[in-house]
Design a binder for this molecule. Structure first.
Ligand code: NAP
Length: 338
């Protein structure tokens, strides 16, 4: 099979190799997926760079956790899927050497989920990490029907999914973005209100939109940087779900400000969800993808893929996502499966 891999951490142009690789055998409870597309996430870049002191965990790594394709082979005992099924996969490279940046991948069946015909392979490769993170952030503390949710970074991969799933969950959505193009992307995803966090006073706008009440939930991508906003707009008994704080990894927390309002600080790390939380997320995501189960007004899936690279361009794809110029969802097309 054709694949891209790296044998040591370092700059993409130096360490990423592309070539032929032997296929892996399929064991009991496993599935071989012939991949169409592989989704590239910031965590894949961080792993290749050794962000936060992450070690190079395997001698040779085929990167990327997310992907989409068709089932090619079932291992002994697998009944839930059939050969030829369209599927999306997640966590393929989490604690495993071989991810989805290749023509095929062999995975435990629970990491392989049905992909409805109405969803493209390119967007299917962008479901895993973003949708699981968004679902956990939105629903970990119960239903959100009738609530108002602030999605910080609404044009990002996780943010864009969070807007769509918040609407699916029956909530009103306020999103922050940094440009007119990203504002349009957030509106198309279903945001009721969009605020440019680089040009506008986010807190003042949110309080005006909510008639001084504030929001029930915040889905947070920049926890440390946005703490002042959180303090001003999160309602008493509200929940802030945070999944990243890259610019300020060690923020100073105003303890009593949160305590006095009985607010909840929810940490989200999608790779290590509890089994029940994971099952609930997977079943809801599959409902959402198939257009069912909406607590709010049913809406079509809004597919947002910023750019698609060829397998041979894997290093360029890494550099593009790492540049900070990329929009949500960078994909590597690894075969011509559609
Ligand atoms: N904990 C977990 O389980 C988990 C899961 C997924 C991702 N993550 C992490 O979450 C981060 C985002 O991931 P992603 O895939 O969504 O990346 P992405 O597609 O690059 O999106 C990040 C978004 O955040 C926005 N943003 C940055 N600073 C902001 C601020 N202060 N206020 C509002 N918006 C802001 C960016 O907007 P502009 O670029 O327009 O400024 C961008 O749209 C990465 O660090 C990733 O590693 C963690």
């Amino acid at each position: 099979m054709k694949a891209a891999w790296y044998r040591r951490q370092g700059p993409a142009q130096e360490v990423i190799e592309v070539g032929e690789m032997p296929s892996s055998p399929v064991g009991a409870g496993e599935v071989r997926v012939r991949l169409a597309c592989s989704g590239l996430n910031p965590s894949d870049i961080k792993r290749r760079k050794g962000f936060n002191g992450q070690p190079h965990a395997f001698p040779l790594i085929i990167p990327n956790s997310d992907g989409a394709g068709v089932v090619a082979e079932l291992g002994p005992g697998v009944q839930r899927l059939a050969v030829g099924d369209r599927v999306w996969v997640y966590s393929a490279q989490w604690k495993r050497p071989h991810g989805t940046n290749a023509e095929e991948v062999v995975l435990p069946v629970q990491l392989v989920q049905p992909l409805p015909q109405r969803v493209s392979m390119a967007y299917g490769a962008c479901v895993g990490i973003p949708a699981l993170t968004a679902h956990r952030a939105l629903f970990a503390d119960g239903p959100i029907v009738g609530q108002t949710v602030l999605v910080q970074g609404g044009a990002g991969a996780v943010g864009h999914c969070a807007i769509q799933m918040a609407r699916w969950g029956g909530a009103k959505v306020i999103a922050t973005v940094s440009s007119a193009a990203k504002a349009e992307s957030a509106r198309l995803a279903g945001a009721d209100h969009v605020i440019n966090y680089q040009k506008e006073d986010v807190s003042a706008q949110v309080m005006q939109i909510t008639q001084g009440e504030g929001v029930h939930r915040i889905i947070e991508v920049a926890f440390g940087q946005n703490l002042p906003i959180t303090q001003q707009v999160l309602r008493p008994h509200g929940v802030i779900s945070c999944y990243a704080s890259d610019a300020q990894p060690t923020p100073v927390l105003p303890f009593y400000a949160f305590m006095m309002k009985n607010q909840t600080l929810r940490w989200v790390f999608m790779y290590e969800l509890q089994p029940d939380a994971l099952l609930s997320a997977l079943s809801d995501i599959c409902l959402w993808l198939s257009g069912a189960g909406a607590r709010g007004t049913p809406r079509p899936i809004v597919e947002h893929v910023d750019r698609v690279f060829a397998l041979e361009e894997t290093a360029q794809a890494h550099d593009y996502l790492d540049s900070g110029q990329a929009g949500a969802n960078v994909v590597i097309r690894v075969s011509d499966i559609t």
